[in-house]
Design a protein around this ligand. Structure first.
Ligand code: ZN
Length: 305
């Protein structure tokens, strides 16, 4: 077995987790939020259609909330992300992005994710998921009336029946299936050349994480598995998944792909995976560091070193 890389361990906190702000759960009444918007120290980060405004130094651009007065703002208005010490931090989704910075300064978190400070990435991901929720869910699921944001954007209140609703998070199991020193990776149709990843699927009603993981691997690749083991999870803001990393051991090894789900699935040896991560092999394209699939593979390499 080859010498392990010095930094092969998974990143902790996992990318998109590790928000360092005080969530300030008990300071979210309308008058408290109003006072915080007016504090001299308050700052706001800017979004346009789910893309974040990046300023000098490659960090999210920050303005004072009062700089937003008189500008077009998208629903739900200011989202209160929490307190950085005493400093309230908000996020706004703007309607006319060029009023604040050139349009090319608004970038996708998929593209820039690996370059942001972990705490900035976590904060931006949370804001992005909340904006997406307020954009798509504007009516009460119980009675159909319009909802309004409350608590600085962390919940909604129905204007008809008064029901409260909370941001939807969609649970997804993502699976690293091993067979001794081999690991199963697959690719969907239309993926970039060489891209391979861990299999993944949404968890259904009435399923445990482990059951969903085993069902998905069997459906997609025809592989029966045993000993499912939870490793770590990741909030994934495209738009609001909670990715739950599961490792499983293969019972059979002949792959039968479901062509509706996968274009290809193959076993890769530990040496092939290690070579990809050490940038001296090209058995497949290394996934971006901010993906949980990348982190699961790093975890496996470290665990089997
Ligand atoms: Zn209602």
């Amino acid at each position: 077995m080859s010498t392990p890389m010095t930094n092969i361990q998974a990143d902790f906190p996992i990318p998109f987790a590790g928000d360092v702000l005080d969530f300030a759960e008990t300071k979210r009444e309308p008058e408290e939020l109003q006072a915080m918007l007016q504090k001299t120290s308050a700052r706001a980060i800017l979004f346009f259609k789910g893309q974040i405004g990046i300023g000098d130094g490659g960090r999210p651009h920050r303005v004072h909330p009062s700089d937003l007065v008189g500008h077009d703002l998208m629903a739900p208005g200011p989202i209160f992300l929490g307190l950085e010490g005493d400093r309230p931090i908000f996020a706004f989704s703007v309607g006319k992005p060029e009023e604040f910075m050139p349009i090319e300064n608004y970038v996708s978190l998929r593209g820039i994710g690996g370059n942001l400070k972990p705490s900035d990435l976590a904060l931006a991901g949370r804001a992005k998921s909340l904006f997406a929720w307020h954009f798509t869910d504007q009516h009460c699921v119980a009675c159909g009336n319009k909802t309004v944001a409350r608590g600085g954007g962390i919940k909604q209140l129905c204007t008809g029946c008064g029901a409260e609703s909370f941001p939807r998070v969609n649970p997804v199991a993502i699976m690293l299936v091993t067979d001794g020193d081999r690991v199963l990776l697959g690719r969907g149709a239309g993926w970039p050349d060489g891209a391979m990843s861990a299999l993944a699927g949404f968890i259904s009603a009435g399923e445990s994480i482990e059951e969903a993981a085993q069902r998905e691997v069997l459906e997609e690749a025809g592989i029966k598995t045993k000993n499912p083991r939870y490793v770590f999870s990741q909030p994934w803001p495209f738009p609001a998944q909670l990715m739950m990393g599961i490792m499983l051991e293969a019972v059979n090894t002949d792959i039968t792909i479901d062509p509706k789900e996968l274009e290809d699935a193959r076993w890769f040896t530990r040496e092939e995976v290690l070579a990809v991560f050490e940038k001296r092999g090209d058995a497949f394209m290394r996934l971006p560091r901010q993906t949980i699939a990348h982190q699961l593979l790093r975890h496996w390499l470290a665990e089997t070193a």
